[in-house]
Design a protein around this ligand. Structure first.
Ligand code: NAD
Length: 435
């Protein structure tokens, strides 16, 4: 049999049906295998089909809404799209506890992104830095000429920074253009500006311009949120409120002192933030990259990656949680204004722009982290998680949604949330019903 080739020329020019056919042939699938894709069509495909290249369908993630969120005195239902069970429930529960302390308070910096230009082979790097900074005003004007629309809505290039870095291939001059991108995520806006500046920077420096691209380490675009979790509201099962507070402070200190724990601590924060990013059509890879590099950047002096949240005890003994995280999110541009569900998610949220969205997302990150920490510091993460995970295991074993509830219940009771046991339980259940 001839080798299969993935070199399919002009895949992007084919219709969705033709692409599906090509995949069917390449992967030796039947029309039945492709059924979940074949059911998709109509208006959704018209939009989704143009968002990326070589589209054969769309991938439905569950979209849930987290309840109980109150940020700066306003209530929100928060749309979250993700595959992991227990995240929406945990966020909703944490938000309920924070509500008891007055809800979350959020502040957001100006929406300033950094665009970078790399300059190579500069004969006098330190002199070049000074010459570049000396021409800041005309260079900013050049950048701003590239996006009159952004200027019109009150944004635009604001500041130029330049420095010399040492690298394995010698010194380089790195220029930062700071751009106020208003309600956009801002990558395209910033990239266009730095590309326009690059030839001028090369001329002024006497070097060669190389990379011209946004930095996802958005240190000038951070969202902060904090909330008080009254100790009285934290008691559960055999744990007294004071014990939960102390347990959570020790759990947080572990993340502050150990990179292995901190990686997971920060992942839990992004469970919430990325889910809202996906729901609202934002670039979750940019947010993930920004958050984790921000943690590393903040901790660079100590050599340990930093947790993005901090927990303290206030004078009344209540737990105060706070978060500071880069939040390059938009409500215009990218997919945010194209994807029909993203547009709906923004309507559900009832937000007026990117800054409000950033504040809510910071609060979600804090709530998510709080919920995980509380579980970890008390009964452990698996109890609640496995109860929800059990449903997925049951469905994997072939259960219908209705059967899945019953199978999941059994698996949790038996403390055996495993696919093989799910199959057995399902068999028993069906045998029992057939009688
Ligand atoms: P965009 O270019 O689609 O929209 C931004 C533009 O909209 C602005 O430049 C402005 O001209 C206009 N605009 C109208 N009203 C506005 C308002 N109220 N506020 C701000 N701008 C307004 O999108 P973008 O946000 O510049 O770029 C986002 C896209 O770039 C995302 O799809 C992202 O995935 C992608 N991207 C990301 C990276 C990265 O993260 N490293 C790199 C390249 C591209």
């Amino acid at each position: 049999m001839a080798e299969k080739s993935s070199e399919i020329s002009g895949m992007y020019r084919k219709s969705v049906d033709e692409r599906r056919k090509a995949v069917e042939e390449f992967s030796s699938l039947s029309a039945a295998d492709l059924a979940p894709l074949l059911a998709q069509g109509g208006k959704e495909m018209e939009v989704v089909g143009k968002m990326i290249e070589n589209v054969i369908g769309y991938y439905p993630l569950p979209l849930g809404v987290a309840t109980n969120f109150r940020v700066n005195g306003k209530d929100y239902l928060v749309p979250m799209a993700l595959e992991e069970p227990s995240v929406v429930a945990a966020a909703s529960h944490a938000a309920k506890l924070a509500r008891a302390g007055g809800g979350f308070h959020a502040t957001v910096s100006s929406p300033t992104m950094i665009g970078q230009v790399q300059l190579l082979h500069v004969p006098d790097p330190y002199g070049a830095v000074q010459r570049i900074l000396g021409e800041e005003t005309p260079l900013l004007a050049l950048a701003n000429a590239k996006d009159p629309m952004l200027n019109k809505v009150g944004g635009g290039a604001r500041k130029l920074e330049a420095r010399v870095i040492s690298t394995p291939r010698g010194p380089m001059v790195i220029v930062h253009l700071l751009v106020d991108v208003r309600d956009a995520m801002g990558a395209n806006a910033t990239n266009t500006m730095v590309e326009a500046l690059a030839p001028h920077l090369a001329r002024i420096s006497g070097g060669r311009s190389h990379l011209r691209i946004l930095s996802n380490l958005a240190i000038h675009r951070v969202a902060r949120a904090w909330g008080t979790f009254p100790k009285g509201a934290l008691a559960f099962d055999e744990w007294k409120g004071e014990e939960v507070v102390e347990g959570m402070l020790d759990a947080w200190a572990f993340a502050a002192g150990d990179p292995f724990r901190c990686a997971t601590h920060n992942k839990g924060i992004m469970n919430g933030i990325s889910a809202v990013a996906i729901a609202t059509g934002n670039d979750f890879r940019a947010l993930e990259s920004g958050a984790h590099s921000y943690a590393a950047w903040k901790a660079a002096s100590g050599g340990v990656i930093a947790p993005l949240t901090v927990y303290e005890k206030n004078a009344s003994g209540d737990l105060v949680g706070s978060i500071e995280v880069p939040m390059a999110v938009g409500t215009v541009g990218g997919a945010t204004a194209v994807h029909p569900i993203a547009k709906l998610a923004v309507k559900i949220l009832g937000i007026s722009g990117a800054s409000e969205l950033a504040g809510v997302m910071a609060a979600v990150g804090l709530a998510q982290n709080f919920a995980a920490m509380r579980a970890l510091a008390t009964e452990g993460i698996q109890k609640g998680h496995m109860a929800l995970h059990a449903r997925n295991v049951a469905i994997t074993a072939g259960a219908t949604p209705e059967e899945a509830e019953l199978v999941a219940q059994r698996l949790v009771e038996e403390k055996m949330v495993r696919a093989d046991r799910a199959a057995e339980v399902l068999k028993e259940l069906r045998a029992g019903r057939a009688k």
